[in-house]
Design a binder for this molecule. Structure first.
Ligand SMILES: [Fe+2]
Length: 603
């Protein structure tokens, strides 16, 4: 089979309206023939065969025979075999296919291919009728006025629900020093329904935000500031004198969006569609207001329960609780720890909740002096505590593993006698050097996963023998992994995680981890484009775990804009299959969630 080379090409200005210029499709063909031959450095006599791709030509222009048009406008092409290919949107591609087949077969050596269409030359009501000729007339979209939006909406109906993302947006300058996690929580909502996408954002109207709005300045200390810097003596958070910005996480429970804060605080409820303020979670008056609740509450799709924890610097240092599907606190127990710890996330299986005691925590003697410096203690083990979901304080069993810190767990499940937990092992929980961005941005070494060496890891605990096993599931530095929540707490296969811009807390790509085979599929955004943690949206009617879409929001620093982009979870490497531009570029942020339409109030 002979090889095929493109000798030259020409593209006319797609934005031009030839009809408004008083031109016809023949003028477009003449321009394309002349431009293409000039680009290739060929004469019309060199051409042996002609293929013209065109959709709906006779409907828009009345010109059905388009194969002959090149010879009509360029007489030296007369006598060449020529054909028009009607294949709707694929007409040009099919014309190329026919030309390459002729060359590969050895019939011709030089073939001219054109793709021409004139479609903006008829009244607006006629154009959709003509375009509708690509559908199966009499069978498809018979009642549709605009065939293609209608047909695309049919395809889009399997993406049906709401993507919510929390972001940190500082409204006032920091008192001393800003940290990326200090900003006020703003929820971004992108909903997909009937082929339409709608976007909205709203600040979470926390007590701290409202007070600072009245005062016109920051009143509480940020993460990179000493609590003594706070203007106000009160405040929130496990370390105190911080602002509860509800800016870390967002989930949907009992039909309502719930925003939370990683240092423990109130849980703020928002309408998941309008983002209207619905007040704080009270759980019938039983919300633990003294300690608040940490970010990374977990929702079990199978039971509708919300599992949560909180932590503090005074004993008991940890609590675990359960809120039922009816939004009632049904379980809340203290968990014994050797001292104050910094748990950030938890996991669950069908029958157990998994809490943690990792050897990176605030130094107790420094806490006594009002200083909150997290230190890694490599001589101490990592401990995972497994407690029945409604178990008491004494029912928890602790298992010891290699020392590390885990910011996020991706999933957990039961397999035989074992409880299996997946998350991101940190090879370097307390980086000492400044990182690639220099001393001015030293704080980013605690946020950049390439510096912390975060890798997907699996911990196994045998509930009968007490034996433990652990292993890396990947050599690739990723974090912020999400799953198809229908598989939460159950055996599963896929985690969709983010890669980071070296040295920064910015996500520059996605990796689909197959936890069974170790296979990875990745996608890298173009330089300067960063995404958010993805929401995994199961395809309506789908049953396979990765028969789903991945939804994320980008911040494009090159073009100063943001987009909502959608991937097919089964083909991450292909890149986005749909995108919608947001009105403004949005801030960097942390966590997100996907909620199927049927699971949110007011859908
Ligand atoms: Fe987190």
């Amino acid at each position: 089979m002979g090889s095929v080379r493109i000798a030259g090409s020409y593209q006319s200005d797609f934005a031009r309206n030839y009809a408004r210029e008083g031109l016809e499709i023949s003028d477009m063909v003449a321009e394309a023939v002349e431009g293409t031959l000039a680009s290739a450095g060929l004469e019309p006599e060199d051409v042996e065969s002609i293929h013209v791709g065109n959709a709906f030509g006779q409907l828009f222009t009345g010109q059905g025979q388009l194969g002959a048009m090149p010879a009509t406008v360029e007489p030296r092409l007369w006598g060449k075999p020529a054909a028009r290919h009607e294949a709707a949107c694929a007409s040009g591609s099919v014309a190329v296919l026919a030309a390459t087949a002729e060359i590969e077969a050895g019939r011709y050596d030089c073939v001219l291919v054109l793709a021409v269409e004139q479609e903006r030359n008829v009244p607006g009501a006629d154009a959709p009728k003509h375009l509708g000729a690509a559908a199966w007339i009499g069978h498809e979209g018979q009642d549709a006025k605009f065939m293609w939006p209608y047909m695309f909406s049919q395809l889009a109906d399997d993406l049906y629900g709401v993507y919510l993302r929390n972001t940190e947006n500082p409204l006032h300058p920091a008192i001393v020093r800003y940290h990326p996690f200090d900003g006020d929580g703003m929820i971004h909502k992108v909903s997909f329904r009937d082929g339409k996408v709608s976007y909205r954002n709203r600040f979470v109207r926390t007590d701290g935000l409202l007070t600072e709005q009245e005062t016109g300045r920051s009143l509480w200390a940020g993460l990179a500031e000493n609590p003594e810097a706070a203007i106000r003596a009160d405040g929130w958070g496990a370390r105190g004198r911080m602002k509860d910005a509800a800016s870390t996480d967002v989930i949907v429970h009992a039909g309502v969006a719930v925003a939370s804060f990683y240092q423990c605080g109130d849980l703020y409820r928002l309408d998941p569609l309008t983002l209207d303020d619905l007040g704080k979670c009270s759980w019938g008056g039983s919300f633990p207001s003294d300690l608040g609740v940490s970010a990374h509450t977990k929702v079990d799709d199978h039971t509708g329960e919300l599992l949560f924890f909180n932590y503090s610097t005074t004993a008991p240092y940890l609590h675990y609780g359960v809120v039922d599907a009816g939004n009632h606190l049904v379980h809340y127990v203290p968990i014994d720890l050797p001292g104050p710890r910094l748990p950030h996330d938890m996991a669950f299986t069908e029958h157990y909740a998994i809490l943690n005691d990792m050897p990176l925590f605030w130094e107790p003697d420094l806490i006594a002096r009002g200083l909150y410096a997290a230190r890694f203690h490599p001589q101490l083990p990592s401990r995972l505590g497994v407690i029945p979901r409604r178990g008491g304080t004494g029912d928890i069993r602790w298992f010891e593993f290699e020392p590390t810190y885990v910011l996020h767990w991706t999933n957990a499940f039961q397999e035989g006698d074992e409880v299996v937990v997946d998350g991101f092992f940190q090879g370097c929980p307390e980086p000492k050097n400044a990182g690639p961005n220099g001393p001015a941005d030293r704080m980013f070494r605690f946020l950049a996963q390439d510096i912390m060496q975060t890798r997907l890891h699996r911990w196994r605990m045998n509930m009968v023998t007490g034996a433990v096993r652990e292993q890396d599931l990947s050599d690739t530095c990723t974090e912020f992994g999400t799953i198809n929540s229908g598989f939460g707490g159950r055996p599963y296969r896929y985690t969709y995680a983010a890669t980071n811009e070296p040295g920064w807390f910015l996500f520059n790509g996605l990796v689909k981890h197959n936890t069974l085979t170790g296979r990875e599929e990745s996608y890298q955004f173009e330089p300067g484009v960063f995404c958010s943690e993805v929401g995994v949206a199961p395809r309506v009617g789908g049953t396979e775990e990765d028969d789903a879409y991945l939804v994320t929001l980008t911040a494009d620093m090159n073009r100063d804009l943001s987009e909502c982009v959608v991937f097919r979870a089964s083909d991450v490497g292909r890149g986005p299959i749909a995108r919608a531009q947001l009105p403004e570029r949005i801030a960097s942020g942390t966590h997100s969630c996907w909620a199927p339409g049927d699971s949110v109030n007011g859908w």
